[in-house]
Design a protein around this ligand. Sequence first.
Ligand code: SF4
Ligand code: SF4
Length: 369
Amino acid sequence: MAEVLIRKTDYDYQQLKPAFFEIVEKLAGDKIKSGQRVLIKPNLLSFATPEDAILTHPLVIKAAVEYVLEKGARPQVSDSPAIGSFERIVKMNKINVALKGLDVICSPFKNTVMLDIGKPYGKIEIARDAAEANVIINLPKLKTHTQMLLTLAVKNMFGCVVGFKKSQWHMRAGTDTDAFARLLIAIHQAVKPTVSILDGVLALEGEGPGKGGKPRHIGVLMGSADSFALDMAVCQMLGVSYKRAPILKNALDKGMLPLCEVKGALPRVINFELPLSSGLIWGPRFLHNFMRRHTMAMPVCDDELCKMCSQCWTLCPAKAIENLAEKIEFDYKRCIRCYCCIEVCPYGALHARETIGGKITRRLMESFS
Ligand code: SF4
Ligand code: SF4
C-alpha cells in the first residue's frame, strides 16, 4: 500500500518547514545518510516569479536543502529549463535569496549518460547528476498541462532530459499523446525519485503549465515515495478522474497504479479549471492527422501581447512557427499540438483555442468518463 501524506501550510517558513520535514522524515528519513549526494529536483520550467505559481516555490526548495544538510548529506538543486538561462530563472524565482548562506550546489544539468529505458525507446540521454545521485527528492509543482492535463510528480522527471533533447522526444512521440505519456512513464521509472513532495500551496489552473495558467491557492504539501500514488491523490483532491490524465491512464493500462492510502485531510477543491485539450486523438493511426487538425485545440497568438522574443519558434520541435518580422504565424499542418510554445511564452501571448470538433469530442468524452 503506497502512503500519501498531506499537510496544510502556506508559504510562511515557520509553518512550511515543519510540515515539509515531517513528510520527508516519515517517507525517506531512513534513506538519506550522512555523506550521500542528494539531488533536489524542482520544477524550473522557465522565467517566472514565485507569485506566477509556475515553478516550485523557493521556500519549498529551501526546506528540502535544510533537511538534507541536517542529515549530514550533500544537497544539489538542479533542473534543465525548457529554454533560457538556469541562473536567470534561479534569480527571478528568488531561489538565490532563499538558499543564501546554505552549503548547497545549485546548477543546471549539463553532462549526460545513456540510460536504457526499455522498448520502444532504447537508450536515452539523461542528466548524469540524476542518474548518479544516491537519493532524489522530487519537488513537482501542482499545475495544469495543456497536453497532459496535469503536470505532477511523474512528469517532473522529464526535466532530467537535458535542454533541447526534450523537444526531440516531443517530436518523436508526435501527435500521439499516449505515446508521449508512456515515454514520460519510462523516463520516470529509469530515474525513479526516492520521494516526491508536491508544492500544492499556490497551484496553477487553466491553461498551464506556463503564463497562460492562473494561480489558485490550495494550501497543501503532499508527499509519497510512489509518484503514481501522489498523482492519483491529487486527481482525487481536484475531483478529476485519473483516467482523463494520460500518464495515469497509461500507467493503469500497464498495471502500474498502486493501491494508496491517503494520510491527512485531503481538501476538496471545487471547480478546478482544467485546460481545454488533452488526449483527444484516438482510433486507427491513419486517422490521427485528420483528428489532430479537427479535434485538438490549436495554439494561437495574441499579437498585442507578443513581444517577438523568439522563444516559441526557437523551441518548437516541429518548426511550425514562422517569424514574420512583426508577428508570428503557425503552420497547423506541421504542428504536432505539443503546446511547448504556450508553455515557454514569457508574456502569456499564446493560448490553445478549441475547435468545434474538439468541443464536441470533449463533451462526449466527459459524459462517458
Ligand atoms: S508568442 Fe510569446 S514566445 Fe512567441 S515570440 Fe511572441 S512573446 Fe515570444
Ligand atoms: S507550434 Fe506549438 S504546439 Fe505546435 S508543434 Fe510547435 S510548439 Fe508544439
